[in-house]
Design a protein around this ligand. Sequence first.
Ligand SMILES: Cc1ncc(COP(=O)(O)O)c(C=O)c1O
Length: 374
Amino acid sequence: MLDLPGCVDDVVGTIGGSPLVGLRRLAGTHGAAVLAKLERCNPGGSVKDRPAWYIVRRAEQNGLLSPGGTIIESSSGNFGISLAMIGAARGYRVIVIVDPKTTAANLAMLRAFGAEVIVVDEQDDTGSYHKTRILLANRLHREIPGSFRPDQCFNPLNAQAHYAGTAVELIAQAGSGLAAVVLTVSTGGQLGGMSRYLAEHAPHVRVVAADAYGSAIFGDLSHAYLIPGVGLGWTPSNIDDLSRVDSIFKVSDEDAFLACRVLARHEGILVGGSTGAALCVALHLAQQYGPDRAVALLAADSGERYLQTIFDDGWLTERGLSADTSMAELHRRVDRLTPYSVCPLETANYRPELAGELESPYAAGLAVSGGTQR
Ligand SMILES: Cc1ncc(COP(=O)(O)O)c(C=O)c1O
């Protein structure tokens, strides 16, 4: 046997263990420290490597996915890229259902990992493509023998990955001064899993959600917005208990993008738009604590994915958005933020019938054990 003491078996062995980094220049000296957990350090470049690998590994263990099998998923971005990377490393065919909003950079990355890409162009009743994509993925799953549906939207293992991994790491890294954690939301994996872990192991830590204006996760009407990776038309079932969520903030495209650009210029950290949204909220909350406390945010992905959008002055000005990079302007905007809700339970927008309507293999709540997957 070859002895390689400092080497992991394959690339999936490098998922997790992301660094927690202080944002000293941005946070200043008066309020709490602001800490960012940099999920871009995962091999697929985002937080989604965690649930993708957690779900695939469990499927392998349970015999739901065998060598040569096919993984089918609906994703316009990071989760699909994570699965494509894992599929390449483990020898699976990967089919990803995307929509016209999927960026050229993401399509290129999916194809670089050898994934097959199907683009749906039919909008659903919320004006987005989520439902059309999920429906097609489930239909293909029924048609393709030996296929597996991770189903990040309805599979509770999505949240479990963050409960068992991300949250444990964060609490160990941040220590006892941690006052609040800011998480962005789409499928609710991060928020559902981490809020459960924090309620059980660090109940003094506030859990604060950052969503986009235009998302209907916490009630409200859906409308178009630009922040990638955030938002949904309903409250996802991965957020199984909204009473564990302390408050919700909604962030505008312009504020989120300004925060990304300021973070790049003044801290040397390149992140995507969802992290910009979380950063706005974290800087706002940090003002409520002294320098002996910390506010942490999960920085979900890397700004390299958005060089042609968020970091392109022309792209921003074409959309009427500011191309500012001023720290003072960011702080002015952060000062003006107010919570969208301090009682998330009241604005819940659960749609329990959706999993069945969209033909999810997890609709019956049987998840990965038993016979819901073929
Ligand atoms: C960049 C980015 N940020 C935040 C999120 C939200 O995470 P979750 O789906 O766990 O709610 C996603 C999900 O796709 C994402 O890609």
